[in-house]
Design a protein around this ligand. Structure first.
Ligand code: HEB
Length: 748
């Protein structure tokens, strides 16, 4: 156990607060306590809309065109309190949308613009999001006007789209459907550093390394650096520094090295699901607009919103430099205008990149940037019509020229502006929609016709589905064709790939029969293969003989098999709703499905912790991806153990003498004080009878945590008590059906 982070400013001041949750807290005393709080986020009590409120329904009554018109008008409606550069807010709003969506990362599907989290900490106060507090506030009158018909999450992204359109580039479209959350999302690992722009942990395997922060204005000579040309960014992170969306614009750790910057860009954009071409398109397209802001020394800038004074009313980054706004704005500390038409789409960014040679200079705030050699001053000033500037670039911009692979693409785009426009609009659409899940969640009049592979598309349901009679006949058939336990493990393996962050995975599509899922170790491939073969036989014979064009998908059969087996074990009926379809290989971007592979899945007692993450922390993380509450996680683990559903058939945690029946035995036996647990090797624990010393059980940390963690024990007691059996059955079935239907956006 590492000592508590003493002296950390984050923990220092609240300890003296003697009311309202102040004082030395559980997380101060025991920083390694298993945190269940991420399982109770975004519930009814934090959401001012009541449970009847359906955002998709509300959106339907939105005057979408009216909203877009208002947004377009806003672009050029410069406000004295935060004037628009070049008389147009387009650049600022594109950056707001990009930073909203750009936190997405492929490994856990978290981050992204899906729930309007830019309003909350930490994102609202990240150094990279400086001045976006102003952008959001500029939008408030429009948000206020349209009320609950448009969420902030949708509005941030739609505004970016409208900005691009109003600067002359048609977009690929827009889909709404992102309901807002009303509290900070604590589930995302943003890194272990406690300094902004630090990266000492993410490049040191989670250990705090030597003092080598990537401070933008720091004293370079005193810094020690890991090798910026070879270091490995830890997973699941997709940003090179704490508090930045992707990479340091000045270069890795503030070192102005375009080639090293390219390496960081490739890693981080790759983790945003973008390939080289998409990456070049996004940066070149994005920086066709707007400017950067570094009019004066950054010492003039006051605290970020979370640390600002109450009278600032949610704003941060107050600026004492001259007027503190407009021409005097300090945001990144860089002072660059890329093109001569910053509020109109053009190809000048790439044109200048290759036309000029670039010389290093410092911005007025002292940051590394580059200026075109031998260029006339051809760039307009944002406010003074009599002033002209030379073209300028960031170190991260020049990566697109000096990295050989990026260079090829950049030159092609430079010579073929239409190719850049096409690639940018496609990549921009993907950026904004990558974490929305299937098309059935998309709403609004601007959904593009083109179906993209990153949507994980599903075939349309083009036939009648099985009815009640078919369902009961098929259940019998399935139970006689396949061992019930294997029906359960297969259904779980299929449905539990779902992750709430980007809504990928789930049982629909039956992608479990395709690579890579069919070969995942957690899925016990040999066993899975025989189960799927039996299910396919059932499917084939049903589809051959069914009347009226009825068909059953394998995806439905997988879930139905699991439900039939649970039903048999539980003695109560398990609701089932048909309508899933089977995706083809062509509809499956196999490589990106690798990210969904469970490394650890405590529900099937698969895998264990690392030197960084304890086994049970993986369990909670998985439960969070499955959008489960702590009670749902608990009842599922206990129930699955009773059902004998370990991935490899092992007896770990099968704390019952009658495996295969849905009982509360797991909880009863786990909480039995007559059992004494001892640690064995490889995280296997043995439970012995206190009196006789006889070994009764074996278990993993996934199991024992329900007896050791006070809150999980409290829930386990509910299920272990005399009134617990019926409750367990009821709650297990409900949680089971929830998991089976996590991806059924077609149902409501
Ligand atoms: Fe960017 C701006 C960086 C990408 C879009 N950028 C900017 C700035 C910086 C940056 C530093 C400035 C800020 C201030 O204000 O000061 N970027 C960056 C980086 C990257 C990027 C490093 C990676 C490489 N961008 C990007 C993308 C996009 C963008 C991708 C989209 C798509 N940006 C942008 C815009 C702008 C910027 C639009 C302008 C803003 C204004 O105008 O305000």
């Amino acid at each position: 156990m590492s000592p508590p982070p003493s002296g950390c400013p984050v923990h220092a001041s609240h300890k003296t607060v003697n009311t309202g949750g102040g004082g030395t807290r559980i997380k101060d005393w025991w920083p390694n306590d298993l945190k269940l709080n991420i399982l109770r986020q975004h519930t009814g009590v934090s959401n001012p809309y009541n449970s009847q409120f359906n955002y998709a329904e509300a959106f339907k009554s939105l005057d979408y065109e009216g909203l877009k018109k208002d947004l377009t008008a806003l672009m050029t409606d410069s406000q004295d309190w935060w004037p628009a550069d070049f008389g147009h807010y387009g650049g600022l709003f594109v950056r707001m949308a990009w930073h909203s969506a750009g936190t997405y990362r492929v490994f856990d599907g978290r981050g992204g613009g899906g729930d309007g989290q830019q309003r909350f900490a930490p994102l609202n106060s990240w150094p990279d999001n400086a001045s976006l507090d102003k952008a959001r506030r500029l939008l408030w009158p429009i948000k206020q006007k349209y009320g609950d018909k448009i969420s902030w999450a949708d509005l941030f992204l739609l505004t970016g789209n409208v900005a691009i359109e109003s600067m002359g580039l048609p977009t690929a479209g827009f889909a709404g459907g992102r309901a807002d959350t009303f509290e900070a999302d604590e589930s995302v690992y943003w890194g272990g550093e406690s300094t902004w722009l630090g990266n000492d942990v993410r490049y040191a395997n989670g250990q705090e390394g030597p003092d080598k922060p990537g401070v933008i204005d720091g004293d370079e000579s005193k810094k020690e650096h890991t090798d910026i040309h070879s270091r490995e960014l830890e997973e699941p992170l997709a940003a090179a520094h704490m508090g930045l969306i992707y990479v340091n614009p000045e270069g890795p750790d503030g070192i102005p090295d375009p080639v090293a910057s390219a390496r960081d860009i490739r890693v981080t954009f790759g983790r945003m699901a973008m390939d080289d071409e998409e990456t070049v398109a996004l940066i070149a397209g994005g920086h066709a607009f707007g400017k950067t802001h570094g009019a004066g020394p950054t010492e003039n800038v006051s605290d970020e919103p979370m640390a600002a004074t109450i009278e600032e009313q949610g704003f941060g980054w107050g600026n004492k430099y001259k007027s503190g706004k407009g021409p005097d704005t300090i945001t990144s500390g860089l002072e660059v205008i890329w093109t001569k038409t910053p509020v109109k789409w053009s190809n000048h960014y790439l044109e200048y990149m290759f036309k000029y040679e670039w010389e290093q200079e410092k911005s007025p705030a002292g940051a590394h940037q580059w200026v075109a050699k031998d260029s006339e001053a051809i760039i307009p000033d944002a406010y003074d019509p009599n002033v002209k500037h030379k073209p300028r670039m960031l170190t991260s911009d020049l990566a697109l020229r000096f990295d050989p692979a990026y260079e090829k693409i950049s030159r092609r785009f430079a010579e073929n502006p239409d190719q850049l426009a096409d690639a940018f609009t496609k990549a921009w659409f993907k950026l904004l929609h990558r974490d929305m899940g299937p098309r059935s969640r998309w709403i609004g009049p601007e959904i593009p016709k083109e179906v993209y592979i990153w949507e994980d598309p599903l075939p349309d349901l083009d036939h009648p589905v099985i009815d009640e009679q078919d369902i009961s006949a098929l259940k019998k058939e399935l139970l006689s064709a396949v061992d019930p336990t294997q029906l359960i493990t297969t259904a779980w393996a299929s449905a539990s790939t779902f992750r709430g962050g980007d809504k990928r995975g789930g049982a629909n599509g039956a992608r479990i029969r395709l690579a890579p899922q069919k070969d995942w170790k957690a899925n016990n491939p040999a066993q899975l293969k025989t189960v799927l073969a039996s299910l396919e036989k059932v499917q084939e014979s049903f589809n051959k003989s069914a009347k009226g064009g009825k068909k059953v998908s394998l995806a439905d059969l997988i879930v139905l098999g699991g439900s039939a087996a649970v039903e048999k074990a539980a003695g109560v009926s398990v609701p089932f709703t048909p309508g899933r379809t089977d995706a083809t290989e062509e509809q499956t971007d196999a490589k990106t499905f690798d990210h969904l592979e469970p490394v650890v899945d405590g529900f099937r007692n698969y895998g264990k912790g690392t030197s960084r993450v304890r086994t049970e922390q993986f369990l909670v993380d998985k439960a969070h991806l499955l959008t489960l509450s702590a009670p749902q996680m608990t009842v599922l683990v206990g129930g699955l153990r009773a059902l004998n559903a370990n991935y490899d058939g092992s007896s770990n945690g099968i704390l019952t003498k009658r495996p295969g029946q849905l009982t509360n035995d797991f909880f009863v036996n786990l909480l039995d004080t007559q059992t004494e647990w001892q640690k064995g090797s490889d995280e296997i624990y043995t439970g012995k009878d206190r009196k006789s010393g006889e070994q009764k059980w074996s278990a993993t940390r996934h199991d024992l945590v329900f007896g050791s963690h006070p809150e999980l024990r409290a829930i386990s007691e509910v299920y272990a008590s005399s009134t617990g059996q019926d409750r367990l059955v009821k709650d297990f079935v409900a949680a089971w059906v929830k998991v089976m239907e996590l991806d059924r956006y077609d149902l409501n």
